[in-house]
Design a protein around this ligand. Structure first.
Ligand code: 6CS
Length: 342
């Protein structure tokens, strides 16, 4: 063998070794796809990027995040996840009602506490959230990884309102689930279900006269520009849910399943820190940006007029979901009574 071919053999060895290592790494390293319903810097986006950060720091996998509109509306990204095109999706129960009717429980008004620490403790400890809901999502081919709160719901309207009577004849946009429509009917309004992409335009053209959302979203989506009267009714929290396609999840190694669970827990803790004070900061930005905005915080007496309509919505929930809904509601209420302090 001449020197040239000897040299060739020597250099070929590390190249082969490198190729083998690269192949082994790429066999184990996947690029996972994750879509959510919000914009850059919003709560779901922060969650997604914290999840990504954990996955990428603790494995060779990478995560590609798709924001609102990149792959369609909320229903589109759910369909893509069920079809296995996406691996992970963040879809809020506000849009999951048709698929999982029990997920509408979050829209029974005045069921959730208003105080943030209590709400967070509920999400951490509730059996309904952490044991019952994963079973309901699993029936639809979804591995529920986390449910988390984004912020207290606030109405925005074309004029300040303090009573259900003042909501008469107002078309209020709701997310597309029938129970939320029942809530707004009980409040005296005319509910108008719309996907998110149509809300700003509908407010601007007065096709609708109001909507509800957490303050950070009212600020980031510029809703206050076209619906400037904010009314704090204390009737609920915006909740969301993050999940994986179940076939994909079950096909992962034990180690990767644990990685995904740990990443979901890590992102949850980060989101709890992120939403602390977020509503106050967002409200300050809104009032700094607009002279038109009014802020009405209903008194306990005014809230009572809305609250007394809640039982009819609860009945509607049972009508829609039967014994399973009843059992979930019982568990939910029990969990709420047993909330430990954080
Ligand atoms: O109102 C909506 O449709 C949107 N609200 C929030 C806070 N997140 C996403 C959702 O699409």
């Amino acid at each position: 063998m001449n020197t040239f071919s000897q040299l060739g053999k020597l250099t070929a060895l590390p190249a082969l070794a490198l190729a083998t290592i690269t192949a082994a790494t790429s066999v184990n390293a996947d690029n996972w796809r994750y879509a959510h319903e919000e914009y850059e810097g919003d709560v779901q986006d922060v969650y997604a990027y914290k999840f990504k950060e954990y996955i990428e720091e603790h494995s060779d996998h990478t995560l590609q995040v798709y924001r609102f509109g990149e792959l369609g509306e909320s229903d589109d990204i759910m369909e893509q996840t069920q079809a296995g095109i996406l691996n992970f999706v963040n879809q809020s129960p506000g849009f999951t009602g048709a698929l999982i009717p029990e997920a509408q429980i979050f829209f029974i008004p005045y069921l959730m506490p208003t105080d943030m620490d209590t709400v967070i403790s509920f999400f951490r400890h509730s059996d309904a959230i952490n044991q019952d809901f994963p079973k309901l999502y699993a029936e639809k081919g979804l591995e529920l990884l986390k449910m988390y709160p984004e912020g207290e719901m606030v109405m925005t309207l074309d004029e300040p309102v303090t009573s259900p009577e003042q909501l008469n004849n107002k078309k209020i946009r709701v997310m597309t689930n029938p129970l939320l429509s029942a809530t707004y009917s009980s409040f005296g309004a005319t509910p108008t279900p719309l996907p998110w992409g149509e809300v700003y335009g509908a407010l601007q053209t007065n096709m609708i006269q109001g909507q509800e959302n957490p303050i950070f979203w009212i600020e980031s989506g510029g809703l206050y520009e076209v619906s400037p009267n904010l009314v704090f009714t204390g009737h609920g929290w915006f909740t969301t849910a993050m999940m994986a396609n179940q076939d994909f999840y079950q096909g992962l190694s034990d180690q990767d399943q644990q990685l995904v669970r740990d990443a979901a827990d890590y992102a949850f803790e980060e989101i709890i820190a992120h939403i602390d004070g977020l509503a106050e900061r967002s409200l300050e930005k809104i009032t700094n940006n607009s002279d038109e905005v009014t802020v009405t915080r209903l008194t306990e007496g005014q809230i009572a007029a809305f609250r007394q309509r809640a039982p009819q919505v609860e009945e509607k929930f049972i009508e829609m979901t039967g014994d399973r809904g009843q059992a979930l509601l019982t568990q939910f209420k029990q969990d709420l009574q047993e909330i430990p302090s954080n």
